[in-house]
Design a protein around this ligand. Structure first.
Ligand SMILES: [Zn+2]
Length: 181
């Protein structure tokens, strides 16, 4: 496994339309392992292959575990491996705050569907379906956009919906919770 370099906005490779995966082989597994490691290292919630300069339709998402007030885990962390993903159903609309590992230092407000149903293949090529709402639905939409060369900032029309984060003003513990895709 290896941590790969995450491309940042301005790099033309982020704008390519990724190609469908046709072979679910060892090199795909290596790519997925590297993407997971890269995402963990960057403290991210999701990562698309496009962001590490590989124009293939694969994305990874990991939702954090949730705990109740006693510290008991109410939902374990979950990892999603999405090869050739497609959103086959979407419903609701919600304005959500969003950040991206490829747009460091910024956050914005984007209109997203509240619930989505995603059809994809896993690393072995088997068909999987995932339903997501809220943060997970947002992550699905964000990562699938990357595979078409779209960044969340492309959805923003008003300049006031995009702002710069000032790291110094944020307390340490909040920094831990901040996750980007
Ligand atoms: Zn992103």
């Amino acid at each position: 496994m290896a941590v790969r370099q995450i491309l940042v906005i301005g790099d033309e490779r982020l704008r390519q339309k990724a190609k469908r995966i046709t072979r679910f082989d060892e090199s795909l597994k290596t790519l997925i392992d590297d993407m997971l490691e890269t995402m963990h290292e960057a403290n991210g919630l999701g990562l698309a292959a496009t962001q590490v300069g590989v124009p293939l339709r694969v994305a990874v998402i990991e939702t954090p575990e949730e705990r109740d007030e006693n510290g008991t885990i109410t939902r374990p962390k979950k990892t999603y491996i999405l090869c050739n993903p497609e959103i086959i159903k979407r419903s609701g609309e919600e304005i959500m705050e969003e950040g991206c590992l490829s747009v460091p230092g910024y956050a914005g407000r984007v209109l997203r569907a509240t619930d989505v149903l995603v059809k994809a293949r896993n690393a072995q090529g088997r068909e999987v379906r995932y339903r997501g709402s809220g943060l997970l639905a947002q992550a699905f939409q964000h990562e699938l956009d990357h595979l078409d060369g779209v960044l969340y900032v492309d959805h923003i029309q008003n300049p006031e919906d995009l702002w710069q984060l000032s790291r110094e003003e944020e307390p340490e513990e909040e920094f831990e919770e901040e996750q980007e895709m």
